[in-house]
Design a protein around this ligand. Structure first.
Ligand SMILES: *[C@@H]1O[C@H](CO)[C@@H](O)[C@H](O)[C@H]1NC(C)=O
Ligand SMILES: *[C@@H]1O[C@H](CO)[C@@H](O)[C@H](O)[C@H]1NC(C)=O
Ligand SMILES: *[C@@H]1O[C@H](CO)[C@@H](O)[C@H](O)[C@H]1NC(C)=O
Length: 489
């Protein structure tokens, strides 16, 4: 497949740059992570691969050991949400054309799989790549899929509206709806509180899940705004009114004694996670946090959960005693490699085995750091709470990223202070160590596997996992934005 676009334009996204910190921190600028461009090509190649139905997204091209050649509603939604970010960020006509075509095909394929007979209808977790139903035994329903699909297609529809295109085929305002976006929103509005039988994103446990609720909440809030934009005002207020109890219920995920966001409540069968640490919480921050104060990226709850997660994984994997690795022929400091949850027993092929660190989660942690920089920059300040203090202390303890300026709990550092600049610069440095860990395990062609063996670091599990690409490219473009803030370029 020949794709003619420039990866520079692909990464030229939101310019949050202030440039004000540039001169101070220029010297710390870190060498670029090598395989971005090739990773982007690998990523695009898994969307509508040859021989599949247009718009079908392969979780990975591998058809055996492991067999991942299916369209998962969740993985596809995450993928196309990332593509919609690329579409928004490019001014390059050939890039726009490529991304827009992927999204249009995906919308078409999505409407078709919403309507065919499948095990759980709109809640069905996975489909065949020819667009037909997967009817084998599987963990269904998995209700985050419809929500992330709606979010990605709302973003696309809004881009189309801005470019004076008609979007009525994607949102028809009818009841019952015959369109893809409203079809998903109606499903979420009517099922989010149906039961505790839904499967989590790892498809191993039933209950009510943090990630699922967060993404449903975002879909209802953005769905309400979009329905109003489409003139469907009654429906808009119905979606808005659903977001309120989702938000209310979600306070139950915070456990003050454990100082953690719980991944699953009302658990109803499946794997046990006694540590209550699960990377779905981190992923929820990346895919579903809004700027509205509720479980936001820089909230004490998220920060505390992220610190607990890194603490839990550091001693778990032998490779985490390494402090440097080579990437792009240079030796660079690395951060710890992160997995899904302690006691994970899926090694990429089978259950009942030793679990490993995952590429997408380690990239996700890098991404989280860059989003903190963006969030604090937008706010123009960092307030030091106990949770922020613990986050910075972990950086110092694990990576020796020390502070020249003092900070204490209770203080607020505004963007005109040196301490503010130092906090942001250190956050980038810490994030970069996770990026190097991923780059080290990525081959020159951009190929990324699902996992790395926890003892040797050898890449293992599904090769060309689309979610690994998505997580990496998302982290890369948020790094670009964070770098502009801290280094001025
Ligand atoms: C998908 O596209 C085809 C070809 O343009 C069209 O005939 C079909 O109606 C579309 N399907 C849906 C569900 O939109
Ligand atoms: C893309 O742009 C549209 C139109 O401005 C906007 O509504 C949407 O939120 C943007 N999407 C993303 C993912 O940034
Ligand atoms: C949400 O809250 C309602 C009312 O308090 C309760 O009946 C329901 O079980 C809760 N749902 C979840 C998913 O926790």
């Amino acid at each position: 497949m020949k794709v003619s676009f420039s990866f520079t334009s692909l990464l030229a996204l939101s310019s949050l740059a202030t440039g004000s910190l540039a001169s101070t921190f220029q010297s710390a600028k870190w060498a670029a992570i090598p395989p971005d461009y090739n990773t982007a090509l690998q990523f695009l190649a898994n969307i509508s691969p040859e021989g599949a139905s247009p718009g079908a997204v392969g979780a990975a091209p591998s058809k055996s050991n492991p067999d991942y050649y299916y369209h998962w509603t969740h993985d596809a939604g995450t993928t196309l949400l990332e593509i919609s970010t690329w579409l928004n960020g490019t001014s390059d006509a050939s890039g726009s054309e490529v991304y827009s075509k992927k999204l249009a095909d995906y919308a078409n394929c999505s409407r078709s799989i919403q309507t065919i007979e499948s095990p759980s209808g709109i809640g069905t977790a996975k489909f065949m790549m020819d667009g037909s139903a997967f009817t084998g035994a599987w963990c269904n329903p998995q209700r985050d899929g419809a929500a992330i699909r709606a979010i990605s297609l709302i973003s696309y529809a809004r881009w189309l509206i801005e470019h004076s295109k008609d979007v009525s085929q994607y949102y028809d305002g009818k009841d019952p709806s015959e369109s893809v976006i409203k079809g998903d929103l109606e499903y979420i509005a009517s099922s989010w509180n149906a039961d505790n039988n839904g499967c989590g994103i790892w498809e191993e446990i039933r209950g009510n899940h943090f990630y699922t609720c967060m993404i449903q909440r975002r879909a209802m809030i953005e769905g309400a705004q979009f329905a109003a934009q489409m003139g469907d005002t009654g429906t808009a207020s119905m979606y808005e009114s659903q977001a309120v109890p989702i938000t209310g219920n979600m306070t139950s995920f915070w456990n003050n004694d454990k100082n953690l966001i719980l991944p699953t409540i009302n658990s109803n069968g499946g794997v046990n996670k006694p540590a209550n640490i699960d990377s779905q919480v981190l992923l929820a921050a990346l895919h579903a946090s809004l700027g509205d104060g509720f479980y936001i990226v820089d909230s004490d709850q998220m920060l505390a959960s992220v610190v607990a997660k890194t603490n839990a994984f550091k001693p778990l994997y032998p490779i985490n005693t390494d402090t440097e690795a080579t990437a792009s022929s240079a030796t660079m400091p690395i951060a710890v490699a992160l997995g899904r949850y302690p006691k994970d027993a899926h090694n990429g092929y089978n259950s009942g085995q030793q679990g490993n660190p995952w590429s997408l989660i380690t990239s996700g942690m890098a991404d989280y750091h860059y989003r903190l920089v963006e969030t604090w920059s937008t706010a123009g300040k960092v307030t030091i709470t106990k949770a922020t203090g613990t986050f910075f202390n972990q950086m110092k303890e694990f990576y020796g990223i020390a502070f020249t300026n003092a900070y204490e709990v209770g203080a607020t550092h505004t963007s005109d202070s040196d301490t503010f600049g130092g906090l942001l610069a250190n956050t980038i440095l810490s994030g970069d160590r996770y990026m190097v860990q991923v780059a080290h395990h990525t081959d020159a062609s951009g190929l990324m596997t699902e996992q790395w063996l926890c003892g040797e670091g050898t890449p293992t599990g599904a090769p060309n996992l689309i979610w690994s690409f998505e997580a990496h490219t998302s982290a890369a473009h948020h790094r670009t934005a964070a770098s502009r803030i801290v280094y001025g370029n």
